[in-house]
Design a protein. Structure first.
Length: 338
């Protein structure tokens, strides 16, 4: 009897620990905060993704002229939204690049940051037989990664510009997220996060828009970095994911409630240590963690769903602009949450 009681206690403890782990990692039982955001324009999103991935191709670190043209285009679109727009210089190994920053609302108060990187991946070492020195085989078009995030940022600016904003909001288009500067202090987002910290600026949260255009209703289209995770989420790539670290648990719940309440697009979330779950820190939000700010990523889950990740096939016609618009509407709802 003594051993039976001990076994029962151990089983109960294991069940409680499992429930707590589930609660911390998956963010269940979050009640959607219902809102009715203005509609994002799928055709405008398509036009921006196509322009960035076709007309401004290639947008990689070794093509500074094209990166500069991309920055100018983003600057102009943000200016037309009614934002206060500026450049932030980013100098790496003697080369000059630029972030583009759009500000809405008052100058003071806790800041909400929404960001997306506008550079795309290049495998410079692979070489190309194209006389230009590059081709989609070496320099990807980067439609989903990450023209989709930038197009979402531009559409978010247009939506914000239609009404007066009562909270400080910054939209930032980052340079140099991709290799060889990925996860380094040279990333454009690292420059922005450091500048906020040096200025003593309070940041309520940062949200990175990292690949938001690929969706699928096919069973088995969604993959996961840890075996068995599909039992907690979905086997179909029909949702958007909110990704954060364990320390941003409360912020995750607030953001998930706003994202989920903005429409009918399913929203799943995860808070997990990067050492245990691959991809949790694979974007610009990492730079803000390093400065002590709460930061998360909204994503279509990248290579866990898409077979075009860092490939020549990452082209604009493969994206789902209707559901991408729903992601942008959800992000707008997050920008307005109390």
């Amino acid at each position: 009897m003594k051993y039976l009681r001990r076994l029962l206690w151990l089983l109960l403890l294991a069940a409680v620990c499992g429930a707590l782990a589930l609660f911390a990692v998956v963010q269940p039982w979050v009640s959607p905060r219902i809102s009715h955001p203005p509609a994002a324009d799928p055709q405008r999103l398509l036009a921006d993704v196509k322009h960035l991935s076709v007309d401004l191709y290639p947008r990689s670190y070794d093509q500074p002229e094209m990166l500069d043209l991309s920055a100018r285009y983003i600057h102009e679109q943000l200016r037309l939204s009614g934002a206060r727009v500026s450049y932030q210089d980013v100098t790496v190994e003697g080369a000059k690049y630029r972030n583009v920053i759009a500000r809405f609302g008052p100058e003071r108060g806790p800041l909400r940051v929404f960001g997306a990187h506008y550079d795309s991946f290049a495998d410079v070492g692979q070489g190309s037989d194209d006389p230009r020195g590059y081709s989609p085989k070496t320099h990807t078009p980067g439609a989903d990664d990450n023209a989709s995030g930038v197009a979402g940022l531009l559409e978010l600016a247009r939506m914000l510009g239609r009404s007066e904003q009562t909270r400080p909001i910054e939209l930032v288009a980052y340079t140099l997220e991709e290799p060889p500067h990925f996860r380094s202090e040279h990333m454009g987002s690292a420059w922005h996060a450091r500048a906020l910290r040096e200025a003593g600026r309070e940041v309520e949260f940062m949200l990175s828009l990292e690949m938001i255009g690929r969706f699928s209703d096919r069973r088995g289209s969604q993959h996961y970095p840890v075996r068995g995770m599909h039992r907690l989420y979905s086997e179909r790539g029909d949702f958007v994911a909110l990704v954060g670290r364990m320390g941003d648990f409360a912020t995750s719940r607030r953001l998930k409630a706003s994202l989920a309440g903005a429409g009918d697009l399913p929203v799943h979330s995860i808070n997990a240590p990067p050492l245990l779950v691959q991809g949790v820190d694979f974007s610009d939000h990492l730079s803000y963690w390093r400065e002590g700010y709460p930061a998360l990523m909204v994503t279509d889950t990248s290579f866990m769903r898409s077979d075009t990740y860092h490939q020549a096939s990452d082209t604009y016609e493969k994206l789902d602009y209707q559901r991408m618009a729903k992601v942008v509407q959800a992000v707008y709802a997050a920008s307005q949450m109390p």
